[in-house]
Design a protein around this ligand. Structure first.
Ligand SMILES: [Fe+2]
Length: 375
């Protein structure tokens, strides 16, 4: 491979002298001013630039400064061609980012040796940079893969738990969708824009399906129990919230985005807190409850009320809305409830879509299912 050298000098005699010395070993291009040099640099990328310091209009220092500003030229090594300026100029040249300097008039052997030296150093640098970036990319990909595997495992766990708890199926999917709809209407209404950022919204939607992952720790008999819980059973059932947060924190410790893990853990831990402070596990109240958990609570309850469970029939959406509205300031954040109530149609439409999906997947019609849900 033949390296390319660009000579920039306003003195044609110097350009010709350098060209004669270099043309057998290198591809040589030349420019008689800084402006011409940049026109050439738009067409080609040399492996090294020989740059005169004293030029009219744009001097060598100015050319070098502009080279360092451009992404495509900042890595090209530059050797200054110096006249009689003395050590101060040479020091300034090196400080400005030149690799080396050669005094004019130059001899062939010195010029060749300096050029070869610079090009070798630059190729080693390039090689190292390529190696480092390949290694870094490999590490990032591995970390991403580990993170994705962990997330997929938690998803799988959520689905297994859902199949154990006697619900009609799809609770995880439906609540996640309701969270997404809530987030959309809240953002549309301009609710807490500093907290409910695009990032938070996206992470919350991803985190929603893990909210009940702590139920892995609760026995089947309790999960499926149709009647009332004994106090011990209720304690055990309640433990799923804190346990869920622990599981997420421990199993997702390798995930790069710990902001996401924190949102997911908050949602799992606190989705049964109540606005009035009588919920569990921490008895947090009002704004102490993380926003994601307050949103999750609405989605969770709306789905629980409108779907059929082993121990109950489903409500109509109007019944569910009216019950939830009465809980504003008690179980739920009153501001969130108000926004949800102002957008009831969004949730009704989604509920009906879920019913149609259910109908398409089985033999029951929407009407039959509705009858079952409300009878
Ligand atoms: Fe729960």
């Amino acid at each position: 491979m033949q390296y390319k050298i660009l000579i920039v000098d306003d003195d044609l005699v110097i350009i010709e002298a350098a060209r004669r010395i270099l043309q057998d070993e290198y591809k040589v291009a030349s420019a008689i001013s800084g402006e011409t040099a940049f026109q050439i640099l738009d067409q080609m990328t040399p492996d090294l630039i020989l740059l005169d310091i004293n030029m009219p209009d744009m001097d060598g220092f100015e050319v070098l400064a502009q080279l360092k500003k451009r992404k495509d030229t900042k890595g090209i090594p530059v050797i200054f061609l110096t006249g009689v300026q003395g050590p101060e100029t040479e020091t300034r040249a090196l400080e400005a980012g030149a690799e080396d300097f050669v005094s004019k008039p130059f001899t062939a052997s010195v010029l060749k040796r300096r050029i070869m030296h610079c090009i070798q150093i630059r190729s080693y640098q390039k090689y190292l940079e390529t190696m480092v970036s390949a290694q870094t990319e490999a590490i990032i990909n591995r970390e991403k893969q580990v993170g994705m595997i962990q997330e997929e495992m938690i998803k799988a766990m959520a689905n297994i738990i859902e199949s154990r708890d006697g619900s009609t199926g799809g609770h995880v999917k439906r609540t996640s969708k309701y969270v997404e709809l809530l987030v959309n209407v809240l953002r549309k209404e301009g609710y807490a824009p500093m907290e409910l950022t695009e990032y938070y919204a996206e992470m919350l939607c991803r985190a929603a399906y893990m909210h009940d992952v702590g139920k892995i720790n609760v026995d089947d008999e309790i999960l499926r129990k149709p009647g009332r819980f004994t106090p011990e059973e209720y304690q055990k059932m309640k433990s799923h919230a804190a346990k869920g947060g622990d599981i997420i924190r421990k199993t997702m410790s390798e995930i790069d985005d710990q902001g996401y893990v924190s949102i997911a853990a908050d949602v799992a831990t606190h989705h049964h807190e109540r606005w009035d402070g009588t919920g569990y596990p921490a008895g947090l109240s009002g704004g102490q409850i993380p926003l994601g958990a307050r949103i999750m609570a609405l989605a969770d309850v709306f789905d629980a009320l409108t779907s059929v469970r082993c121990y109950k029939k489903g409500m109509t959406e109007d019944e569910a809305f009216s019950l939830m509205e009465k809980e504003a300031g008690k179980q739920f954040d009153p501001e969130l409830i108000a926004i949800m109530m102002a957008n009831k149609n969004v949730f009704s439409e989604q509920l009906h879509e879920f019913m149609r999906e259910w109908e398409n997947s089985g033999s029951r019609t929407e009407e039959e299912q509705r009858k079952e849900m409300i009878s």
